[in-house]
Write a protein that binds this ligand. Structure first.
Ligand SMILES: *Cc1c(COP(=O)(O)O)cnc(C)c1O
Length: 457
């Protein structure tokens, strides 16, 4: 495919008219050459973006069961509301009297998120889940420093945590104490008791965890950490498993982040924009970016405001009952697919999951040489986006499947048949090592692609 510059057909490219506001920048910040922009007509521009879209697989193309990422359908009404001028054409610095609607949207969403999460305050600043983790850990740091307890420099992270958890802990200057999961996929209580101490700053836990399991010992876990003087952080990126059923605040968590771009209706996967609001209990509120002992800003103004508007529209259009039923259907769909696949594939856990589940292809690999990677690539030829591969790390040859609540039974049944068919074809000796064959880009050498990316092909 060509780049937009190669499509240059000599068309006029004065895209931007004269600006109504003028501001004289210091010369050292000014361009000395004209900005190079492609000269493309509107028609060529449309073709360019349509081709890009055609070469990409998204939730609008088909089933996209990418575990943990919640690639679900996002109702168009939310886009429509976010595009209203009063939301999309405003500036945070314009007179407050002209933006009271936007301010109300922020306040309402914060209030609803507090209610959904069981927290006392919320900040909308973080632009992503990992950004929220970063902010949440800074709250922990500020809390301990305020109590002259700065020796608490260790964060306990179970091995079933999302990869961003240990990364955020390192970014905020903490040391990580990794604890293994017990055989049943839950946090190992004895190992947790051994791990906590006077140097424990806190615990980061994903619940439901990345095996798709709800940790039934959660109250015991948060209590152990609190008794040791630590704080508890919930990675609540995937609220679609528990909305209206259980709240992180009631599980004993002090801090939580939630990914609006997963559960609360913003398309994602292309690099943004996202939003990872953080909620906390009242004793930590003063350290939030807006609080009187603020840890400082992590983003300009109010975060990615239009993502917040979509979330507000999603929450208000579904209402309490709708949110509850979204979670119930997410869990039902995952259990349905898991039970239908469990005859052929080995699943992890005791037979029930939350919104996602993990299968291991270890046996298939040893019997046929087809590993999780080849199986996932072969799914692409059947029009299904592969599930999350090789994650969580504690399960060999893992595929992590999240059907989401927005898929119909018919779509799930079709997908189940495709999974079974591929399994049987692998067993019958079909070579899938070079799959996919029918996609725009065939199997890539992933190491070379990472080291020497050719972004135009
Ligand atoms: C997606 C996800 C994150 C990270 O969110 P980003 O917005 O990608 O930074 C963290 N934890 C869990 C459990 C997730 O699913």
């Amino acid at each position: 495919m060509t780049t937009i510059f190669e499509r240059d057909n000599g068309a006029e490219n004065e895209y931007l008219g004269e600006c109504e506001v003028s501001y004289k920048l210091d010369n050292k910040y000014c361009r000395d050459k004209k900005l190079k922009l492609p000269g493309v007509s509107e028609g060529e521009l449309c073709r360019h973006y349509t081709q890009l879209a055609d070469n990409t697989y998204g939730v609008n193309n088909g089933f996209y069961p990418l575990g943990s990422c919640t690639m679900k359908y996002n109702p168009k009404i939310n886009e429509k509301v976010a595009a209203l001028e009063g939301f999309s054409d405003i500036h945070p610095l314009q007179p407050k009297s002209t933006t009271s609607g936007a301010a109300e949207a922020i306040n309402l969403l914060s209030k609803y998120l507090c209610e959904i999460l069981g927290m006392d305050s919320v900040t909308l600043q973080p632009a992503a889940g990992a950004h929220g983790e970063f902010l949440g850990l800074l709250l922990m740091k500020a809390y301990h420093a305020d109590r002259n307890d700065a020796k608490r420099n260790k964060i306990i992270v179970p091995d079933s945590a999302h990869g961003t958890n240990p990364a955020s802990a390192v970014m905020t200057g903490f040391e990580i104490v990794n604890i293994p999961s017990a055989k049943d996929g839950m946090t190992d209580i004895d190992k947790l008791k051994e791990a906590v101490g006077e140097d424990t700053a806190g615990l980061m836990l994903t619940n439901p965890n990345t095996l798709g399991l709800f940790d039934k010992n959660i109250l015991k876990i948060t209590d152990i950490v609190h008794k040791a003087g630590g704080l508890t952080y919930c990675d609540g990126a995937n609220q679609n498993a528990i909305m209206g059923v259980a709240r992180p605040g009631d599980m004993g968590f002090d801090i939580v982040h939630v990914n609006l771009h997963k559960t609360f209706s913003t398309p994602h996967g292309g690099g943004g924009p996202g939003s990872g609001p953080v909620g906390c209990k009242s004793f930590l509120s003063k350290y939030l970016p807006e609080g009187e002992c603020s840890i400082g800003r992590v983003k300009a103004f109010y975060g990615n405001f239009l993502v917040a508007v979509k979330a507000l529209c999603y929450i208000t259009s579904l209402g309490c009952d709708g949110l509850l039923s979204a979670s119930q259907i997410a869990v039902l769909n995952a259990n349905y697919v898991m039970s239908k696949l469990s005859g052929l594939f080995e699943t992890v856990g005791d037979g029930y999951c939350m919104h996602e589940f993990v299968i291991t292809l270890e046996k298939l690999k040893s019997e046929t040489g087809i590993n999780a990677l080849s199986f996932a690539k072969a799914l692409l030829d059947e029009g299904i986006h592969p599930p999350t591969m090789y994650f969580p790390l504690i399960v060999p040859e893992a595929l992590m499947i999240e059907p989401t609540e927005t898929e119909s039974k018919k779509r799930l049944d079709d997908a189940i048949e495709i999974f079974k068919d591929l399994y049987n074809r692998a067993k019958a000796g079909e070579d899938m090592h070079n799959a996919p064959k029918r996609t725009y880009v065939s199997r890539v050498n992933e190491v070379a692609a990472a080291r020497n990316p050719i972004v135009k092909a």
